[in-house]
Design a binder for this molecule. Structure first.
Ligand code: S3P
Length: 425
């Protein structure tokens, strides 16, 4: 296990580009693999999660060719993978692929690392089974990975999501491409809309109305090229860090600004963050700010679910109390993030507790909110990066054990930490 130590407070400055959006990258590869014509993808995330999805699609029969520019060209055509597919740490990879292969006439076994094997898969097994799919998992409940998906003819369904999850929505919509009749998903709160947007751009009939989305089966004809913008969830680390740290001014360039991904910007703005978004370029600028506590409601949590760890770090140096409501979904991410956040922040001298379904952080202000200590990343990329921001923007020396987890989504994070703050290993 590798560890790094980051001491602060440091100044955040300069201009950065973050990796291509992870959610869009998975979907670009999958949708391209369903097409008949080659599709060239630029700006793909270089994280391990997306690389796993690429390898999975190659094992299933798609061809992926690398270009010197970093672009890849995908030529679709899936005919089955003889061996289990290892999706590593990727919940998006395993859940979306389960839906994607469910209507083919081959059997696929989907597996992942220890974290993936703990995460709930019943949430996709239930609607896919209602469509006629055969998905068998491990354990008494049969709802844990590895999952064996035996291809079956599928029928369209109408499904109300019990939890606001873009992964579940997407698994059902992708299965719907090979079902008879239409498939409708109703969402309890808005979640990222990449699957429906990208399927529509690939010529699939998609209708959206209020909190519902319907797809019809049919040919997938991806565009000749897809360009992937920067990942807002990765930009969040630098933007939050620049707001927290003294004398800072930083720009993250070319960030995706579409629906249901910018919730963290609204939360930071409410906290008093000095952040400016250029909607033409996707450039986002952040400056040192006097932050105040805020309430993140149950309705808005799905729109900033991946940014809660770094928002919690920012809350620790704010003045006043910050509350995150309805934190149940945080417990079933790459780690139990509710517990991981409490352990991280209390270990760094902040006041943080879970009160039923609510995470409560009593901010101590910039000078006293965060001190030094050791944080265990728990194999969770977003915890590792949040702890590094706590070290760089807080007032202590923070050692992050298991820092290698950053490779899941952001292999260049340490390099960018140096660029943004002058940190040296
Ligand atoms: C993702 C959806 C979210 C998010 C994950 C990526 C996606 O998960 O936490 O990092 O690409 O669809 P849920 O939809 O399960 O909340």
């Amino acid at each position: 296990m590798s560890a790094i130590t980051v001491s602060g407070p440091r100044r955040f400055s300069g201009r950065l580009r973050v990796p291509g959006d992870k959610s869009i990258s998975h979907r670009a590869l999958m949708i391209a693999a369903l097409g008949r014509q080659p599709c060239t993808i630029g700006g793909l995330s270089d994280g391990d999660d997306v690389t796993r999805t690429r390898s999975a699609l190659e094992a299933l029969g798609a061809r992926v060719e690398d270009h010197a520019s970093g672009d890849v060209t995908v030529t679709g055509g899936l005919d089955g993978a003889p061996n289990p597919i290892d999706l590593g740490n990727s919940g998006t990879g395993i859940r979306l692929l389960a839906g994607l292969v469910a209507g083919y006439d081959f059997t696929t076994t989907l597996d992942g690392d220890a974290s993936i094997r703990r995460r709930p898969m019943g949430r996709i097994i239930e609607p896919l089974s209602a469509m006629g799919a055969s998905v068998r998992g491990r354990g008494a409940s049969g709802a844990l990975a590895p999952l064996t998906v035996e291809g079956r003819p599928l029928r369209g369904i109408e499904y109300a999501l019990p939890v606001a999850s873009a992964q579940v929505k997407s698994a059902v919509l992708l299965a719907g491409l090979r079902a008879t009749g239409s498939t409708t998903v109703h969402e309890p709160a808005p979640t990222r809309a990449h699957t429906e947007e990208m399927l529509a751009a690939a010529g699939v009939r998609v209708e959206r109305e209020g909190g519902s989305v319907t797809v019809w089966p049919g040919e997938v004809a991806p565009p000749n090229s897809i360009g992937i913008p920067g990942d807002p969830s990765q930009a969040a680390f630098w933007l939050a860090g620049a707001c927290m740290a003294p004398a800072s001014h930083l720009v993250v360039e070319n960030v995706y600004l579409g629906p249901a991904r910018g919730g963290f910007l609204e939360v930071l703005a409410r906290m008093g963050a000095d952040i400016t978004v250029d909607s033409d370029t996707g450039n986002i600028e952040a400056r040192s700010s006097e932050l105040e506590g805020t309430r993140v409601t149950a309705e808005e949590l799905p729109g900033c679910i991946d940014e809660v760890p770094v928002l919690a770090v920012a809350a620790a140096v704010a003045d006043g109390v910050t509350v995150f409501e309805a934190i149940g979904e945080l417990r079933v991410k790459e780690s139990d993030r509710a517990a991981a956040i409490v352990e991280m922040l209390t270990g760094l001298g902040a006041h943080c507790r879970i009160d039923g379904q609510t995470l409560v952080i009593a901010g101590g202000g910039r000078a006293q909110g965060l001190g030094g200590g050791t944080v265990h990343a728990r194999g969770d990329h977003r915890m590792a990066m949040s702890a590094a921001i706590a070290g760089a923007a807080g007032c202590g020396s923070v050692t992050i054990e298991g820092f290698e987890a950053t490779a899941t989504s952001y292999p260049g994070f340490a390099r960018d930490l140096s660029r943004a703050t002058g940190w040296a290993p």
